[in-house]
Design a protein around this ligand. Sequence first.
Ligand SMILES: *[C@@H]1O[C@H](CO)[C@@H](O)[C@H](O)[C@H]1NC(C)=O
Length: 413
Amino acid sequence: MRFQAASHATLAIALFCLALTALVKGLVEDGSKGRRFICHYTSWSRLRQGDKAYTIEDIPGNLCSHVVYNFVAVHEKTFEVTAMQPEFDIDENGFGRFAALKDKFPNLKLLAAIGGWGHGGEKFSNMTETRDRRKRFVASVVKFLHKYGFDGLEVVWLYPGNFERGGSVNDKDNFYYLVRETQQAFTDAGRGWEVSVQVPADKSRLEVGYQIDALCEAADFIHVIGYDLRGWWNNFADVHSPLADRPHDEGNFAGLNVQNGVNLWLHGGCPASKIVLGVPMFGRTYLLDTPEGNSVGSPTIGAGSAGEFTNEPGYLGYCEICTILPSMTLQWDEKAQCPYAFNKVEWIGYEDDRSLKAKIDWAVQNRLAGIYAFSLDLDDYRGNCGKPYPLTRVIQKYYEETKKDTLITWSSG
Ligand SMILES: *[C@@H]1O[C@H](CO)[C@@H](O)[C@H](O)[C@H]1NC(C)=O
């Protein structure tokens, strides 16, 4: 009797533990699914001079859940996926060295981004035009992922339906077919691969190129570009990743902000659990019309000077910005929740730990799937201003801390 009672109790405890383990496992898996911090690697940053050259071996794989390789391309004749910089990707074993990050960081997921600004939209438009071409493309992607050991594809078509970038009126439907067919092929492969799409935050672009709810259903994740919403081309000084509208946001600029961009997807029928918010690790720079007119919205006459790392007018990485901030006047745009800085006629709208925290808070409150940051080589990776990767570490750490606000934090042991 005693023995039987004891064994019943043991059984009850064992069952209880099993149930608890399942519950905890569910929470942890849900948590990890809802907690992605996607970092971006750019192959061209290797071309910087001397010790500024950013290598695959520099990637801090301990800080990110995923790293994306920028970029691969669509071959304009075969419509297959192809290397964009074969002299590096293949000859210098770029793909292989990237895949080897998993030896060092076993939990890290690796994605390949296809497209980008320089790639343009026309090759996507041509490739997606017929089912036969899409099939060839998708088959080549499956081969590519097998061969190099990546875990998925991020489609960076900038932008479907945009005529100035080689688009056509059929892009909107064809883009959806492409993503759906890719998703199907990945499911068939049974390797847990994912297909995500990088998408804009502005309404006019969404209308011509994106079937919001169908695309979201077909894709595993939607990566909303929450930056580059303003720049020197607008002829007035502004931050480029504002969280919300300011009084001066009128006409085309009304609603062109991070919250509204994500909301267009949410209200369009895309669940928050599929949306990843993109944040910048760079600033947009300007030359002011007059040194006195330095508030947000002041007239500008062009792009700020190029930096020694990034070498592009109107654009500076945080690695460059952090070294010049001590000589500048620092300000905070309260509604945008973004910092800006000026010195005489030089003006920068950028991103810092405070603005990143504001964006993360909002992403957490809205239960988004995660954050992606562009890009590792724009953060202060050499530690010119302190400990290396200040912004990447802020995101990783603060995002981790906010877990307790939305999830019961069980330890999986
Ligand atoms: C797209 O297709 C058109 C028509 O066949 C062709 O003229 C054009 O060169 C193609 N574009 C690219 C980038 O391959």
